[in-house]
Design a protein around this ligand. Structure first.
Ligand code: MF3
Ligand code: CO
Ligand code: CO
Length: 256
């Protein structure tokens, strides 16, 4: 399919949806503590989006997914399903991924949370993965190639002795949740299509401590590392601007 170019009016709507999605991740932060279930976190996010934001949680009913957030803990790479029996414990690393629809437009974002006091190797994975996202974002501008994003991410991950998950990628986003182009988190500079002002897409690298290989559990959703070692992910929705990028899902305390 053709890659859509958003008008300034459409990007303004994506700014609103993006801010709401970011605000969910801000709102939930104080509740991410040892002893809470991922189901409780999901319900808080659902209530917030529906009642406070008067918006729609895009994941509910998406290809049969039933929850508002994906909650992916430790060796879970992505698409973890909130569950009342999954209680967070001290030292877990958790990704919460949420997408909000407002006025027909999507904002998709995720971040890592450190539950209680985490081991240094996990803190380092989380930090380097956020740096991977930022390295990818910083190359975005009209005329740059999609391969430049993947290259920047892969270089930073591998120079820290981590691997990049290849089975899942970022995506175009707008009035459709997942649209062209695919945004790979690995690759070569100067390859792929060139970015144009008005393109909107996510960058959402999944970085593993061990090998890049994944397996999907029998629930049909939960994706884990094949070797059982931990994985981290951060995601933003980005617009390509006249001279660079705008992060549509930036949180208030974020310094990039
Ligand atoms: N938000 C995810 C993404 O980044 C997709 C989640 S789909 C779900 O693209 F069904 F698992 F929620
Ligand atoms: Co997402
Ligand atoms: Co996404």
């Amino acid at each position: 399919m053709k890659i859509s170019i958003k008008s300034e009016k459409e990007i303004q709507k994506m700014r609103i949806a993006g801010r709401l999605a970011a605000e969910v991740l801000e709102m939930i932060e104080p509740y991410v503590v040892p002893g809470v279930s991922t189901e409780e976190l999901d319900q808080r996010c659902y209530e917030h989006i529906v009642n406070n934001q008067q918006a729609i949680p895009a994941n509910v009913g998406y290809k049969g997914f039933e929850k508002t957030i994906c909650s992916s803990i430790n060796q879970v790479i992505c698409h973890g399903i909130p569950n009342e029996n999954r209680i967070l414990k001290n030292g877990d690393i958790l990704n919460i991924d949420v997408t909000v629809i407002k006025d027909g437009w999507h904002g998709d974002t995720s971040k890592m949370y450190l539950v209680g006091k985490c081991q240094p190797h996990n803190e380092r994975l989380v930090k380097v993965t956020q740096e991977c996202l930022y390295r990818g974002i910083e190359v975005v501008k009209p005329g740059a190639y999609l391969g430049d994003i993947g290259h920047a991410i892969q270089k930073h991950a591998e120079s820290n002795y981590y691997s990049v998950v290849e089975d899942y990628c970022g995506h175009g986003i707008g009035d459709v949740y997942h649209e062209d182009p695919q945004i790979l988190h690995y690759g070569k500079s100067g390859k792929g299509i060139q970015m144009k002002e008005g393109m909107c897409f996510t960058i959402e690298p999944m970085i593993n401590q061990g090998s890049k290989y994944c397996k999907t559990l029998k629930d049909g959703w939960t994706v884990e590392t094949k070797d059982g070692r931990n994985s981290a992910q951060w995601e933003h929705t980005i617009a390509v601007t006249k001279d660079g990028y705008e992060i549509l899902t930036k949180r208030l305390n974020e310094s990039i």
